[in-house]
Write a protein that binds this ligand. Structure first.
Ligand code: ATP
Length: 225
């Protein structure tokens, strides 16, 4: 659904990423690891078309990214749910309104009171926190709210940047379980993480590919896993 073909990226100076090829096909599950500053967030942004490759080609749902108009990019993004590292909530809006934001941004009626919304919040274990403001939420609640917001448009692809960064092990497992369930529904999942224990745990449940950014390229991770 999203393909990177020999992609390179530079923020202006030396190349940060070179010759990166990746195929997020339906039902695939990828982990992305690598040292801090290696370019994991940058790679996710390339997949989300938040950045444009400086070399090579990104193909999103069969269309080369360079050929997409602004509307085309917006349509593509509706099919991709992204969980940002810093969650990015509007602090003055209750959780349920934050989760519904992608709907209102795309011009759809507000579904804050809908059955689907209630089911989604129940699924991530946040039904009882629907009216809480983001600053009142715990780290784990924020991460699960960010996941709910990423899912509200029923995306085909889920990109998550350090989704368990601030979570204890029990909460990390809970989030992983949700991502595994989504993957079993056929969604492509890509998780950037430093958490090797999480990767090992996931590999007991599914056939995940573990990739690592090393020396500016994307490699299959080695024996440390
Ligand atoms: N907008 C930007 N302009 C210039 N340089 C940037 C920009 N964003 C990121 N960088 C640099 O690009 C490099 C890769 O950043 P990126 O956030 O992709 O790494 P990362 O692997 O996700 O790191 P971490 O694990 O610490 O989150 C870093 O050196 C960073 O300082």
């Amino acid at each position: 659904m999203i393909e990177l073909n020999d992609v390179g990226y530079s923020y202006g100076g030396d190349a940060l990423l070179t010759d990166v090829s990746l195929n997020l096909s339906p039902g695939s599950f990828h982990f992305l690891t690598g040292p801090s500053g290696a370019g994991k967030t940058t790679l996710l942004k390339l997949c989300y078309l938040e950045l444009q490759a400086t070399r090579g080609e990104v193909v999103a749902f069969g269309r080369p990214a360079r050929q997409l108009s602004r509307d085309g990019v917006a349509r593509m993004r509706r099919r991709v749910g992204i969980v940002h590292q810093d969650c990015r909530f509007l602090d003055h809006l209750p959780l349920v309104e934050n989760v519904a934001l992608p709907l209102s941004v795309s011009g759809q009626p507000d579904h804050a009171d809908s059955t689907e919304m209630r089911e989604l919040l129940a699924w991530v274990g946040l039904k009882h926190r629907a009216t809480a403001l983001p600053p009142e939420l715990s780290g784990g609640e924020r991460q699960r709210a960010a996941l709910a917001r990423a899912l509200i448009m029923s995306p085909d692809v889920i990109l998550a940047d350090e989704p368990t960064g601030n979570l204890d092990w029990e909460m990390s497992l809970r989030l992983l379980t949700l991502l595994v369930e989504l993957n079993r529904m056929g969604k492509a999942v890509l998780i950037a993480t430093h958490d090797l224990a999480l990767i090992r745990q996931a590999k007991t449940q599914l056939a995940a590919r573990v990739l690592r950014i090393r020396d500016r390229t994307l490699q299959v991770a080695g024996a440390e896993l």
